[in-house]
Design a protein around this ligand. Structure first.
Ligand code: 5GP
Ligand code: MG
Length: 177
């Protein structure tokens, strides 16, 4: 796996240290002490697992399966909800976690849906935010790292379904694409 990586962008220990700081920020901000975490599958799985274990409150953890990328390198622009049931969020304080903010469409669509369903407080958190112009504006309260506009894998993020288990964030070699 590592032989397909051109370079490491964010090292494992750097992620770990940043998550400790981020967890404290989130704890200070969430009004309800017993909030619900909703993470987006599959990309946010690794980040959410590490972040949630740094939040020493009685969390409820839910996931939503949404698709936008279809496994390649370009977002399809259309966000589909793939679950048949939706978590009961009415009146709840929710922390929405995703892997990366790119065009903004995913977080925008999911945020709208959660607001329609009557969440009482919504905060968003992403591991990575690409420094670029978004297709849609979306406010994200907690960003672990801002990166350039390049395609990354690892720590949950995939290329054609692979590399999610890479413990750091990296850039693929050209000949691995
Ligand atoms: P958005 O809807 O903001 O365009 O994109 C969000 C989704 O696109 C993320 O949840 C992620 O699945 C995918 N994505 C965006 N940029 C990247 C990237 O650089 N690498 C990978 N592996 N996925 C990305
Ligand atoms: Mg994703």
């Amino acid at each position: 796996m590592n032989e397909n990586i051109e370079r490491c962008l964010i090292a494992e220990n750097e992620i770990k240290r940043r998550i400790d700081v981020l967890a404290n920020e989130i704890l200070e901000e969430m009004k309800e002490k017993e909030f619900m975490v909703i993470f987006l599958l599959k990309g946010a799985l690794v980040f959410a697992a590490d972040l949630c274990r740094r939040l020493p409150v009685a969390l409820e953890i839910e996931s939503l399966n949404v698709s936008s990328y279809k496994g390649g390198m370009e977002s399809s622009g259309v966000i589909e909800f793939l679950d048949t049931r939706f978590p009961d969020v009415k009146g709840r304080s929710v922390l929405l976690i995703d892997d990366i903010l790119d065009t903004g469409r995913t977080l925008h669509t999911v945020s709208n849906k959660l607001n329609e369903m009557g969440v009482s407080q919504l905060r968003r958190c992403v591991l990575l935010s690409k420094d670029k112009k978004r297709d849609v504006d979306v406010g994200v309260e907690h960003v672990a790292f801002t990166i350039g506009d390049e395609f990354v894998v690892g720590y949950g993020l995939d290329y054609k379904g692979k590399y999610r288990n890479l413990p750091y964030v990296g850039i693929l070699k050209k000949d691995s694409i």
